[in-house]
Design a protein around this ligand. Sequence first.
Ligand code: S5P
Length: 262
Amino acid sequence: DRTLLTYEQRSELSTNTVAKRLFHIMSAKKSNLCLSIDLTSTIKILDMIEKVGEHICLLKTHADIIEDFNTDFTVSLKNLAKKFNFLILEDRKFADIGNTVALQYSKGIHKIAEWADCVTVHSLPGEGILKAINNSCDNGIGSRGVFLLAEMSSEGNLITTEYTAQTVKMASKYPNVLTGFVCQTKESFNDPRYIQLTPGVQFECSKDELGQVYNTPEKVILEKGADVVVVGRGIVTAKNPEAQAVLYKNVLWSNYLRRVSG
Ligand code: S5P
């Protein structure tokens, strides 16, 4: 059972550099909290990171919602990642043929490959999408990672258990580029090298108006097998985001300790 191993033990097994680094950061900072920073201005994003950067292991961005996106911003982002010791996940959810994804990954305004340690990718188009990112890494951008979408949190999504199983099978051919899976259940995969990233988490409130479904920190860590937990609006829209981030960090970490102590 991968969920009974510690993050340190799992970092020893990692075949993807980003997964290894993330496991190390989690142990060092005693944090398995990923902040989903779904804000639309660069100033607001950088301000928020100054407040909560110390408490997170991973920062999840949506570059395409930022109205004033620019390269100075990505430089600041990388500096903050260094200062506070967290990694950056661009939640681009690529879902096209490999050739198009290779371009979307490295070109355009966002040049994601230059500043994001890892990206999210849908398995729907087939393994060409993993090959594309893998090739980009081999061709000079260095060690990067992929979180493959194996399940989603939203109501009525079309992913079946068969789709999840095939996704995990497809990924097994790319151990060097695979950081983990975005999923909701412990049963979706077994391999301890990979990180389970689970969104849809808040202390209160079980849904939003657009189909998002929330679970509690305790439930996602203890029952659902989450390794890194994504919290967005639960922190970002709080009156005091820093205090709220500390609360989430502590609850998530104590549930992880409960889990690995059996
Ligand atoms: O299944 C998913 C996968 C992802 S990556 N469900 C999700 O909600 N997400 C992302 O997690 C979503 O795009 C958003 O950025 C974040 C959840 O934000 P929250 O405000 O609902 O916590």
